[in-house]
Design a protein around this ligand. Structure first.
Ligand SMILES: *Cc1c(COP(=O)(O)O)cnc(C)c1O
Length: 318
């Protein structure tokens, strides 16, 4: 494998996104501290631009395009937060963006992505191969494909959230991070090993989609069918080659949370802290609550990774 990115690359990413990405707040709550018996620091990426940390990685990746690549623009396939992150970053940098989405993607997501100025191309997920389609688009129209997690610039951008967290609160005993394809967790790992090397670092997946846990424990990337879970941002079927290499080297363990725990954590954050966090964004907090017996008296970080859940869905899950 090519050389893995390092913390220096996270530092370089932080310089590129400065002034564009929000430096999101770190929140604390006496109620949470009492409930968990620990001192808990929430890194609030649900308050990031477009509502999730993914803006960090997308903006970092697009800002490194050559003039030639800028002309062709960025291409992504996603119906979730990565699509909006690429669309917004391209708009800010003044380049075209094309997003491939399945025909049955929620209308609100299609509209939101178009709202950021991207061209949305719909495809039939049962009859068309999106990888082939995106390769054709990239070749014919000179677009550059940016994958949602398995890309050095993307994962280093994601790592800037944890860099900010450690700079603000100092070393931690444990940090809980939502896990899908591993861009957020691997970038966080680079920052953690540099800034708080003794910190235990946990990735947290939906229980129904624990491919990362299986991969971590078996030592090779395990693929699973698309999991059924309310954590729609973590329905990935397998980790990336780059993200897995870093996770295997630097992460303490991979944990899981059930849909019931996610719904409960989401309700708690809304009722007690007035924070609207999407189900996937609650993975870290749900695991910290579940494992509180091991966290007594400790300093604990939790990344709240995103807040894009529509209110009707939020209500239906309560
Ligand atoms: C994409 C996403 C994740 C998972 O991130 P990976 O880099 O794929 O592991 C977690 N939470 C939210 C809100 C996301 O949008």
């Amino acid at each position: 494998m090519a050389q893995l990115p390092t913390y220096d690359d996270v530092v370089a990413a932080a310089a590129r996104i400065r002034g564009q990405a929000h430096r999101t707040p770190v929140m604390t709550s006496r109620t949470v501290n009492e409930a968990l018996g620990a001192e808990v620091f929430f890194k609030c990426e649900h308050l990031q631009r477009m509502g999730a940390f993914k803006f960090r990685g997308a903006f970092n990746a697009l800002s490194r395009f050559t003039p030639e690549q800028r002309k062709g623009g960025a291409l992504a396939f996603s119906s979730g937060n990565h699509a909006q992150a690429i669309a917004l970053s391209a708009q800010i940098l003044g380049m075209p963006a094309t997003i491939l989405m399945p025909q049955d993607a929620p209308v609100a997501k299609v509209e939101a992505t178009r709202g950021y100025g991207a061209q949305v191309v719909l495809y039939d997920r049962y009859t068309e191969d999106r990888e082939q389609l995106s390769r054709d688009l990239a070749a014919k129209q000179g677009m550059t494909l940016i994958p949602p997690y398995d890309h050095a610039d993307v994962l280093c951008g994601q790592g800037t959230a944890a860099k900010e967290l450690f700079e603000e609160v100092g070393a931690l005993d444990a940090l809980f991070v939502p896990l899908g394809g591993g861009g957020l967790l691997s970038g966080t790992a680079l920052a953690t090993r540099a800034l708080s090397p003794q910190c235990e670092l946990y990735g947290v997946e939906p229980e129904a989609g624990n491919d990362g846990q299986q991969s971590f424990r078996s030592g090779q990337i395990v693929r699973i069918p698309t999991p059924q879970t309310i954590a729609d941002g973590a329905q990935t079927q397998y980790l990336g080659a780059l993200t897995f290499a870093i996770i295997q080297r630097d992460v303490t363990d991979i944990l899981t949370a059930t849909d019931a725990e996610l719904a409960s954590a989401m309700g708690f954050l809304a009722a007690r802290m007035k924070q609207l966090v999407e189900p996937t964004g609650c993975l870290g907090f749900a695991a910290a609550r579940h494992h509180k017996d091991q966290l007594q008296g400790k300093r604990v970080g939790v990344i709240l990774s995103g807040g894009n859940v529509d209110l009707q869905r939020f209500c239906n899950l309560q």
